[in-house]
Design a binder for this molecule. Sequence first.
Ligand code: JFZ
Length: 470
Amino acid sequence: MSGGMFAQVNTDGTIDTGDKFADAKLKSDESPDIIDKRLEWWHDAKFGMFIHWGVYALYGGNYNGHEQARGGAEWIMNRCKIPVTEYQEMAKQFNPVNYHPDAWVKMAKDAGMKYIVITAKHHDGFALFESKASKWNVVDATPYGKDLLKPLAEACKKEGIKLGFYYSQAQDWNNPGGTVARRLMREGYPNPDSTKIDNYTEVHQGHWDSAQETVPFYKYIDEVALPQVREILLNYGEISVLWWDTPDFMTIEAAWKLQELLKLQPNIITNNRLMREDFFPGDTKTPEQKIPDQKELEGKNWETCMTMNDTWGFRYSDNNWKSAETLIRNLIDITSKGGNYLLNIGPKPDGTFPEESIQRLSEIGDWIKVNGEAIYGTKASPLGLFSWGRCTQKVRNGNTILYFSVFEWPAKGKLTLPKFSNKILKSTLLASGGKVKITSIGENLIAELPAIAPDKNATVIKVEIEGIVK
Ligand code: JFZ
């Protein structure tokens, strides 16, 4: 079958329609109620772990002594224009003998994360699972020789952590026929042949190696992407999330077929990166490396994905780690706006997490063990944003619990709360249960707090009030 019988997005962004699928894709047979129900656990969960792992971890952002000039280290093959055979040769060193998925899942769980999304296949096309559709997978191409996702799925199941797969559906730099988002040679390293290479990629839709173009895109979709997505949806038990990425050059035909496969996991949640979002919206929006302001995605299902340093895949030289305090406050900020936080780990080639990541996970876990009530199962702030911190809420039996997370502790322990007129039933410090006196002085509600912040990351004041905040 050729790609021509379905509508297609042209490279200039226009669309050839005029066939039934161009309209069909806009329809969903699901009612909003069913979608909400499916997303219930995900909304309550708030916090997940993203994992970017593959052959690129061996390079760790360095190619033959050249530090990759731009982008995440998982992009090294493209940015540095590593030839296909050479990159595949590297897989012969992929032997993560210290991979202990039980330990990974335990770290995620102890950090308060409720789900894990791992790169089953990133843009380098390397499958972390056993695959009949391509030899470019961990079982056939590495000395390790074992499926990496199987034991992870088992560990997740045992610990009650939901598992999702990231799958780069269009972009694939190793399986022939996959697409490439074109990058200039200088984004890798100053190669003396840059001009020649850039000219080549310009007329080859970003491809830099002729081995990448031996078959057409639709054949890659039919013979690699579709069978592999079937494999990951059928062989690992319940899969809760399918995280598509970089829809560049996707055809409606390919997107349609991939989306159909999701029926193999009826409760699966998908993001908006399968194809043009107006065609295939998916369930969730995916702001990347940024937290939207409150109005931007209000009422939508959204998840901010973010790195702890500046790379998704492991990079030796990246020491720009965010503090645990920043990460904790990001989680609170996101929750106060109704979103989820998918925080990334880039494991090392031996299968362990970077020490810096482990440290941060453990500090986040310390905070969340005490304050998780202010995060899980909450809804966005009914009081907007304010300068000293954030608010989340729960409505129970017609009454409301407000959780104020204080980032900037007030001088003299007197904190002015954002205005609400409901009667206050009870107010305490979440961590200690100690009473917090709130008095209304003129227009203002003033909470009387200890002089020094009990928790420098964020101290939560739990305020139970009558009715709901208007
Ligand atoms: C993609 C990947 O290319 C990257 O390697 C990583 O996996 C990340 C999570 O996703 O990068 C993107 C995708 C989308 C945007 C930016 C980077 N975007 O929409 O701005």
